[in-house]
Each structure stands twice: as structure tokens, then as C-alpha cells.
Design a protein around this ligand. Sequence first.
Ligand code: SF4
Ligand code: SF4
Length: 332
Amino acid sequence: MFGAHLICYFLYLGFGGYRVRKVKLGWRGPEVSEICFGGLAISPLQGKVSEQEGVNLLKYAFERGITWVDTAEIYNNYSRIALALLQFPDVKVVSKSYAVTAREMKLSIENARKKLNKDIVDIFLLHEQESAHTLKGHEGAWQELQEAKSKGLVNWIGISTHAIAGVRAGALQPGLDIIHPLLNYQGLGIIDGNLQEMLKAVEFAAELGIGIYAMKVLGGGHLAKEAEKALAFVRNIEGVQALALGMSSQDEIDYNLAVFAGRDISRELRNRLKLQKRQLFIADWCQGCGSCLSVCPQGALHLDQKVSVDQKACILCGYCGRACPHFCLKII
Ligand code: SF4
Ligand code: SF4
């Protein structure tokens, strides 16, 4: 078995004295920084930062040695990334699409190339593939991804998934280079089993040489109070090479860089992060199943067709996030 720590090496990058570890994503993937900028946090979907603030945050991160950004067609933030890339053309971009057919995937790739102003999209993933059955249903889109790779429009291809079955199916998918699985120390958001089963699936994929970078390491903000423990847990998983971390302030970027460099975090930075305003965010893909309502100790959640939150009543305890099978509830 190969491990993250056997295939990574250290490079000095950026300024500010930070040291960002560079890693190779699996046997076939690119060299990237161990931290990937999670682009959802600077998207209009979460609405935390303006377009210009998003661009500035990306540039701030790239100047400090973060060499790639994760986004998706649905995040609607290609223009922010494109603006930041003007100054950092070598930064790599991952995007994802829910395309089902070959035609839909072709359009998704063209859309990404055009709006990102990139001839080649570095990594392109099928978004949220939860099993072999889901992948089979997206066969047309997968074939188009392979075609795009053979034409040099995309360099590496793969899937993102919240499911153990998704990781196992992805590992066996012909031509797949990279899997972006949900991983955190409480197993929050895994839709078809527990953390131990997810770790076994990741180990299986890693043994086949698949590049793996984790998402939801902080459980959608629900583990933010124990961020160092949460980050350390995923960094120590054999076969996981990198982590996508959503960051919507310079302080969050500084904090993550310091943790990854093994540097002390100043009391001032910790205090500023504690004071950072947070709130419960409900993703627009809420299915209205109602599972989250009964676990809220404050009665802060209400259901019409979708769930809504009374922000004044919400104490950010995070219980609801654990109850949502679709990972719709995040503390941001
Ligand atoms: S974070 Fe806690 S208080 Fe807020 S809505 Fe969820 S369960 Fe209720
Ligand atoms: S559990 Fe998730 S999908 Fe169901 S109502 Fe709550 S937020 Fe929506």
C-alpha cells in the first residue's frame, strides 16, 4: 500500500513563511498543494462574500502556496476564479457537473473552458456519484469525459461522492484518475454506511492508485469547534493526499496554512475566528423530508416545501446537520 506520507514531499511556496506540502494525487494525478481551496465558500450559492472579495481571497491563498481550487458548475463562481487566474495562470482548477448524457457533459466542459478562460480544465469530475448504479446512469457523460481527456480538453477525470458505494464504484471505473469523497472524523454526511466502511473503501481506491482529496472535512462547519482534530484525522488517513477546505476570510486561510505547516496559531487569530459571524446555511437542494426538524432543540427549523431556519432561535449546535441525509445544512 502506498500512503500519503510516502508520496509527498516538501517545497517552500508563497510568502509569509508558510510551508505548504506538495503532494501527488494518486499514481496518475498532478502535483498540487495539500490544501485545495474549496470554492463553494466563495460562491454566490453561499453568499458570504462579494465577487471582488472572492477574487481577493483566491489571490491571497494562491500567493501563499495553495495551487488549486475546487469548484462545480452549480457553484456559479467560474467568473471569480477566472479573474484570480489572470494573475496565477498555473493554478489548477477542478470542476464538476451533474451531466447525464454525452451532450450535457460536452456543454459542461465547454462552459467551464469558456467561463474559466482555460483551454484545458485540469480536473473534471462527475458530481455526486453515489453507486455503480448512478455511474451506469451517467455512462454517456462518462464516455464524453474520457473523450475530452483524449482530446486534451481535460487532463484528469473522476467523481465526487458522499457514499461508500460511490468510492468503491469509482475505484473500478475504467479511466478514472481521481475521487473526491466525503470524509470527516464523525462520518457526518456519509449516506450509505459508517466511517469505518468509508475508510475501507478509500483504502481500496488508494491501493488501485486513485488520487484522493477529501471534502467536508469539517462536517460542513459542524466540527469547526474542533478544527485541528478534524484536520489531523483526515490528514492521517492513508491514501488521502489532499483536502478541499472552504475558506471565506483571510483569517481562515491563515489558520489552515498555519495548521498544515505545524506552526503555532496566535491567540489574536484564534480570537478573531471565534468572533467571526456564523450562521446556519440551508442548501437549495433540500428535499423537504423533515428529518432535521425533530432533532433541533430550539425549534428553530420550519418546513414548508423546504426547510427554513429562524436564525435568532438557532444556537448553531449542529445537531440538524447530522440528521440531514443530503448534507443540506451547514454552519458557515
Ligand atoms: S444548528 Fe442546532 S439550533 Fe440551529 S437549527 Fe440546527 S439543530 Fe437547531
Ligand atoms: S433533513 Fe435535509 S433534506 Fe430533509 S428537510 Fe432537513 S434540510 Fe431538507
